[in-house]
Ligand binder design. Structure first.
Ligand code: TXE
Length: 521
């Protein structure tokens, strides 16, 4: 029996899942598991070791076209959208139950694929479960409404219908979590879809699609292809059969997808990351603020779209805060995610590791002061092939520096200092992104001014990083458009239709009827 092996010798996943995942096939099109049409495969690498741990099928553009065609045919057949809402909700709840059944195995898969700690993977899975249950409940409550048109004979209604065929593209930092934010509302709404996980971390999504199949999602409704965006991206996004593309990833890829979709007027929802300010005033609860600034930037080695990578701190407390952060950063226990003592793991890939080294060099060249980190941690116990990068802090930064303006997407904190509230607000808004921001102050009025003044999709006051399925998530500016989660996250997958019914039909009376006395008068 094949098991996905790790360097520690422990099987990465349980036997049941491991067999179907290692053996494949890994593409799921029109209800059939299949290999790539050209036999192509991709090796998956454990970021904690740099070693290949399994191989999956990699789709061709033809496979991607076939997946979209299957989703189109399934949608046009109309069965899924006509399935009673209660039944669709029951399937979502069944998927959630199966997820709970397999959570230990799924968590190990996510950890070996991404490098994140097992505890983080388990939290992700609990969140996936919540999202499934949230949309199952939400869709059961009709959002349709009556409109008063000022004529008692007319019944005017707004109803919501599935938008159609959706392409769901996810990144590698929260593979299953992010694709679940798309699959759950799309299924709830009655859409059909093609899911494309990141080629770097497809395994948990493959496992999840097995669970959806087991839960009774009909053939053609949920299709799965994985592969590099450069190979299959155009087939998925420049495609007249696609009604909506929901994408989470980088700004460059997001704008490319928006252009590809434009000729077809496909709806495009983008979540493109951020460069998130974390503002600390001198009157804040400092122990709490320091702890949350640390967590906000170094959790998951900073590979979080809402990571608080820009500390904007009041000058009078800046040295105290930065010194405390440096001390705490040095004590973060980094290690293999399967080791329960690890509090954070490696970066996901060699490409991300190289990117961090380049940003550190850039920061030093730009004149920022490197206070801690900046490279591989000085530890003999970390696997030599792993993608390790120490928590890094740059002090004395300013907005002219690219380490302050670019989304580094790794464990690099930059520190800017401010004197007045208006300076803090201006700095917090001085970014092309606008995904998330944090503010720490004990002054309620100031907190209210800042939370309203910051142009970001989520603002935490005296807290950082939390989200809930019932609250919208998304960004201002170049952090994207549209919203995931909450009722808006379901509306993304729906068309609003106005139905006007006259219970007492009558002529419009606008154009004169020949022979009518009034008309000839
Ligand atoms: O992302 P890409 P990458 C940011 C972060 C990171 C940078 C690049 O700054 O350093 O993006 O990461 C698919 N058509 N974020 O290169 O390319 C790709 O296969 C269709 C922020 O990994 O955006 C993957 O499934 N799809 C982010 C997905 O897009 C295409 C999380 C994301 O990959 C495609 C990750 C194409 N032409 C990175 N090209 C966040 N918002 O949380 C690629 N893809």
């Amino acid at each position: 029996m094949t098991e996905i092996a790790t360097e520690t010798g422990t099987p990465a996943v349980g036997v049941e899942l491991s067999e179907r995942l290692t053996a494949g096939p890994h593409l799921y099109i029109d209800g059939r598991w299949q290999h790539s049409s050209d036999g192509g495969t991709r090796d998956l690498i454990n970021p904690a070791t740099g070693a290949v741990f399994t191989t999956v099928d990699e789709a061709t553009a033809d496979d991607a076209l076939a997946a979209v065609a299957a989703a189109r045919a399934a949608f046009d057949a109309g069965e899924w959208s006509a399935t009673p809402v209660a039944e669709r909700a029951a399937i979502l709840r069944r998927i959630a139950d199966l997820l709970v059944r397999d959570r230990e195995e799924l968590a190990r898969i996510e950890t070996v694929d991404t490098g994140k700690t097992l505890e983080e993977s388990k939290i992700d899975l609990a969140d996936v479960e919540s999202v499934l249950r949230y949309y199952a409940s939400l869709v059961e409550v009709s959002a349709d409404r009556l409109v008063d048109v000022g004529n008692p004979a007319v019944v005017s209604r707004i109803v919501h219908e599935p938008i159609g065929v959706c392409v769901l593209i996810a990144p590698w930092n929260y593979p299953l979590l992010q694709i679940s934010w798309k699959i759950a509302p799309a299924l709830a709404a009655g859409c059909t879809m093609v899911a494309k996980p990141s080629e770097v971390t497809p395994l948990s999504t493959i496992a999840f699609v097995h669970l959806c199949e087991e839960a009774g999602v009909p053939a053609g409704v949920l299709n799965l292809v994985q592969g590099a965006g450069s190979a299959i991206g155009d087939a998925l996004t420049d495609n007249p059969d696609v009604d909506l593309i929901s994408f989470t990833g980088g700004l460059t890829t997001g704008t490319r997808i928006a252009k590809a979709a434009a000729p077809h007027v496909s709806r495009v929802a983008l979540e493109l990351g951020g460069k998130n300010p974390h503002i600390v005033f001198a009157d804040a609860d400092l122990p709490a603020a320091i702890d949350q600034v640390l967590t906000g930037v170094f959790l998951h080695s900073g590979q979080v779209c809402s990571a608080g990578t820009r500390l904007i701190v009041e000058e009078s407390i800046a040295d105290e805060v930065v010194d405390a952060l440096i001390e705490r950063a040095g004590s973060i226990r980094m290690g293999d995610g399967l080791d329960p003592s690890s509090r954070t793991g490696p970066l996901v890939s060699e490409a991300q590791l190289t990117k961090m080294h380049e940003y550190v060099k850039l920061g030093v060249d730009e004149g920022a002061v490197l206070r801690t980190g900046g490279g591989r941690p000085d530890r003999d116990d970390l696997s030599p092939g792993g993608y390790w990068f120490a928590p890094t802090i740059f002090d004395r930064c300013d907005r002219s520096m690219r380490i302050v303006s670019d989304e580094t997407f790794g464990p690099i904190l930059t520190v800017e200092r401010f004197g007045t509230e208006s300076e803090a607000l201006a700095l917090g808004n001085d970014t092309e992104y606008g995904l998330a921001a944090g503010v720490w102050t004990s002054d309620d009025a100031r907190g209210e001014r800042l939370t309203r003044g910051l142009r970001h999709g989520t603002v935490w006051l005296n807290d950082f990083g939390y989200y809930t399925p019932a609250a919208e998530w998304g960004g201002f500016g170049k952090s994207g458009n549209g919203r995931e989660l909450g009722p808006t996250g379901l509306a993304e997958y729906q068309e609003a239709k106005h139905i006007w019914k006259n219970t007492s039909p009558a002529p419009a009376g606008w154009f004169p009827v020949p022979g009518d006395d009034d008309a000839t008068a």
